[in-house]
Design a protein around this ligand. Structure first.
Ligand code: COA
Length: 360
């Protein structure tokens, strides 16, 4: 299907259209957008931000400064590249490709958006064809496209129809849940889980992990990828060491975010961790924080350790960022154990991420 689609794009012009017609100016060549090209980068961001909010129904997405940090350094082992279709000052379509050389050099993760005013005129087709060319030129064989949508909104229908028509396979869905934070109920929840998780202790850290625990934190971080459902690109073991934890902490600071981590150990064995849970928040827009990784070693599951860590991290977050009112979490719909725990904490579905896979 993707090959058939590519055949329609020749000499930079989309030749075949739809019943609804093709914009005469549609060209397939993607242009790279550099973050140090001020006006072009701002125009890229404005198109991305408008389209992302339109699809997700959410007032929030990545901030422009966060995109700057993600896309500034091409030599970083995990970095993003930004692309546009159409004029630099007013793109019609935008895309971001994330390349992760540490974990999977076959894979490129992408987002792609067409300006909501310009849909069904071939731009999405041209954007996808251009992205597949880029991915092939980078020597990668798998493109993963993700989009955050309202669970029963028009954007979900459009993404599924577009992907189906253009040869992408829908491989997974990850609902986002919102957790409205109420300090009194968090205190009660923490008491409840502390009692249930007898024999364990949870500590919280704001900012960098103490040197004595960083190797353990790295060991656990490396186990997450193999413990969650595969999003369709095949499970790849992630290699973590203390330097990678420090790189992550520096990246969080570059993003303008704070990180709060809860760490769990068995009482009496403080040097060996059994789990961690991390949450980050933007210092410039602190209302909504985001849950990042949570992991408990298999032998220690089912005892309330993960829920206790999440509650402890939320309380430490509120202490350091009083303006924060909610945490957003995202889990693969097949990850039933984690979802049951999140619902028991009072979290409710707000949006969902659709994941698609294509091969150039
Ligand atoms: C999905 C998206 C990129 C499509 O962009 P677009 O420019 O409208 O796509 P095209 O005009 O190239 O459409 C190509 C084909 O996709 C299908 N399609 C696209 N949008 C559709 C919709 N709303 N309903 C039904 N089919 C649709 C049709 O088969 C269409 O061909 P046709 O017009 O000949 O019937 C755009 O809606 C968008 O930006 N959505 C939000 C971001 C997103 O979902 N990204 C991930 C996509 S996998």
């Amino acid at each position: 299907m993707v090959g058939a689609q590519r055949a329609r794009v020749r000499r930079g012009v989309v030749l075949a259209g739809s019943g609804r017609g093709v914009d005469p100016g549609v060209v397939s060549a993607l242009a790279r957008v550099r973050v140090d090209d001020g006006p072009a980068f701002r125009a890229w961001f404005e198109c991305y931000d408008r389209a992302q909010r339109h699809a997700s129904g959410s007032a929030e997405s990545w901030l422009i400064e966060e995109w700057r940090a993600r896309a500034a350094d091409d030599t970083a082992p995990i970095h993003s590249r930004l692309f546009r279709l159409g004029p630099a000052g007013a793109p019609v379509g935008v895309a971001a490709v994330e390349l992760n050389d540490l974990d999977d050099v076959r894979l490129a993760r992408a987002e792609l958006y067409v300006d909501p005013e310009r849909r069904r005129r071939g731009w999405g087709t041209a954007l996808l064809a251009g992205l597949l060319e880029e991915v092939r030129a980078l020597g990668r064989d798998t493109l993963m496209v993700r989009v955050l949508v309202e669970p029963s909104g028009e954007a979900k229908r459009a993404a599924l129809a577009f992907a189906g028509a253009r040869g992408l396979t829908h491989t997974s869905t990850s609902p986002s849940r919102v957790w409205d934070l109420a300090p009194e109920s968090l205190a009660r929840l923490e008491d409840r889980y502390r009692l249930r998780a007898t024999g364990y202790a949870v500590t919280t850290v704001v900012g960098p992990t103490p040197e004595a625990l960083v190797a353990e934190r790295a060991r656990l971080a490396g186990l997450i990828a193999g413990a969650v459902p595969d999003a369709g690109a095949g499970v790849r073991e992630e290699r973590w060491d203390p330097f990678r934890v420090r790189d992550l902490e520096r990246h969080v600071a570059d993003l303008g975010r704070e990180i709060v981590v809860a760490l769990a150990h068995e009482e009496g064995t403080g040097a060996r961790l059994v789990g961690f849970s991390e949450v980050t928040v933007s210092l410039t827009r602190p209302t909504t924080a985001y849950q990042w990784g949570t992991f408990v070693e298999p032998d220690h599951r089912g005892r309330g350790v993960a829920a206790w860590m999440k509650v402890a991290a939320a309380r430490a977050l509120l202490a350091t960022s009083p303006a924060t009112t909610r945490i957003v979490t995202q889990n693969d719909a097949r990850n039933v154990a984690v979802i049951a725990m999140n619902e028991s904490l009072g979290q409710r579905v707000s949006a969902e991420t659709l994941v698609f896979i294509g091969h150039p």
